[in-house]
Design a protein around this ligand. Structure first.
Ligand SMILES: NC(=O)c1ccc[n+]([C@@H]2O[C@H](COP(=O)([O-])OP(=O)(O)OC[C@H]3O[C@@H](n4cnc5c(N)ncnc54)[C@H](OP(=O)(O)O)[C@@H]3O)[C@@H](O)[C@H]2O)c1
Length: 400
């Protein structure tokens, strides 16, 4: 049995991971779980899969978690908390695979430690590569750890890349649904509501990634992740809107052949692929009904409607710690938008101004990165607090 740890077990990806494990009985043993504050669900999961270690974000949640696990009839695991807790949960000595699905930089140090130890990673957490791509991929090369992407687009690319050699790849095309504002005139975006932005047409996900999908910052993050995962220049990664969300990616080879990956919009499939790679198994048995498919449309994203996508390309071209600044500014701005403190377009303005304001040195260590992350959050928060963002849409940056 493969021993796995799941960081972010109570989130959208974490819950889908349990659905996959339910379909693969006897193949995986969950030895550690880490979550934030949803102790009810964490206790349920712990009672069911009986891990040796469980970690929560806050120490104050431990007594309740202990009580809930006991009430659910599970044996008591070692219960840890905070940044050290999540790191220890991933440090289990006989781990075969780490599912990295905590949201935000909270999961980064634990994932980086595991990569350095040579543990294979089923990677969902964006920040790991957006913020620390150079460091993490260098560590993976050295240790031999496989980074198996869980994100549906990268998971698709990973599959399509099995059709040719790296030097034969001309470019990747990542698809995007276009989100709820695909047809909204740019002048109307200032007044869109949180509810409208959270109403994603095809995927059910956590709130931050749902807003990031509406702005297409998420697609920008995926462009950055793709560069690191597949060792490509940013100009080799393209984005197309594909409203059906059926084709997750295409890989164009030098001879002009395009290899695409199609599947249903259910994260269980990429999670299962990452967990069982290189084998393909029936497991969740998610089949795409081609008879139901009426059309496959593709269009270029409108840069005026999706300024955050261009900002992500800009951050990757600037290099060094700028993608880390991009991510931190976005996280601060999305939280402010969800709290109804800034309008929707304030997200793009916060990112653009934070990128312009900061001049971080190229990071050499995780500590350097975490320092830039803190500083970018401070800068973005103070821009928001002092309303230094103006009302204009940020200057457009070419997305390709
Ligand atoms: N959902 C998708 O379809 C999808 C697709 C591709 C990539 N991703 C990426 O995968 C990651 C997870 O996404 P998601 O949609 O599953 O997010 P989510 O539903 O918001 O879940 C986030 C998870 O992280 C946990 N968490 C939050 N703060 C934590 C902390 N300080 N320490 C430990 N755990 C903490 C949460 O715990 P509590 O709930 O207990 O607070 C929860 O388990 C993100 O980076 C996202 O961008 C998601």
């Amino acid at each position: 049995m493969k021993k796995i740890a799941i960081l972010g077990s109570t989130g959208s990806i974490g819950r889908s991971c349990f659905r996959v494990l339910d379909q693969l009985p006897g193949q995986f043993q969950v030895v550690a779980l880490a979550a934030g504050g949803n102790v009810e669900l964490l206790a349920e999961q712990a009672a069911k899969c009986r891990p040796e270690v469980v970690s929560v974000a806050n120490e104050s949640d431990i007594p309740r978690l202990r009580e809930l696990i006991a009430r659910a009839g599970g044996p008591l695991p070692e219960i840890l908390h905070g940044p050290a807790g999540i790191r220890q949960a991933a440090a289990h000595s006989s781990l075969d695979m780490l599912v990295s699905a905590a949201v935000g930089v909270a999961g980064l140090p634990a994932t980086y430690d595991a990569v350095k130890r040579g543990v294979n990673i089923a990677l969902a957490n964006k920040e790991v590569l957006v913020v620390a791509g150079a460091l993490v991929t260098a560590a993976a090369r050295e240790s031999g750890a496989a980074l198996l992407p869980v994100d549906s687009e990268h998971n698709g690319v990973h599959q399509c890349m099995r059709a040719g050699r790296h030097e034969e790849v001309r470019r990747l095309i990542l698809t995007a649904s276009g989100g709820p504002f695909r047809r909204t005139p740019p002048r109307d975006l200032e007044n869109v509501t949180v509810e409208q932005a959270l109403n994603h047409p095809t995927w059910k996900m956590g709130s931050r990634i749902t807003i990031d999908s509406a702005t297409m910052t998420n697609k920008g993050f995926e462009v950055i992740e793709a560069c690191w995962l597949f060792d490509l220049h940013v100009d080799q990664v393209d984005v197309l809107i594909h409203p059906q969300s059926t084709v997750h990616c295409l890989v164009e080879y030098v001879d002009g052949s395009l290899i695409a990956q199609l599947s249903v919009t259910d994260m269980c499939l990429p999670i299962q692929y990452a967990l069982t790679y290189p084998a393909r198994v029936t497991g969740c048995d998610l089949r795409l009904d081609l008879d139901e498919l009426r059309s496959l449309e593709f269009e270029r994203p409108d840069q005026e409607r999706f300024p955050c996508l261009g900002l992500a390309y800009q951050a990757m071209r600037m290099g060094g710690a700028y993608p880390c600044v991009l991510n931190a500014a976005d996280e601060v701005a999305v939280a402010a938008f969800l709290d109804r403190k800034i309008p929707y377009l304030g997200i793009a303005r916060t990112i653009a101004t934070t990128l312009d304001t900061m001049h971080p040195a190229a990071p050499k260590s995780l500590d350097d990165i975490l320092e830039v992350d803190c500083e970018a959050r401070r800068v973005a928060s103070s821009l928001l607090a002092t309303s230094q963002l103006g009302a204009a849409t940020p200057a457009l940056v070419s997305a390709s």
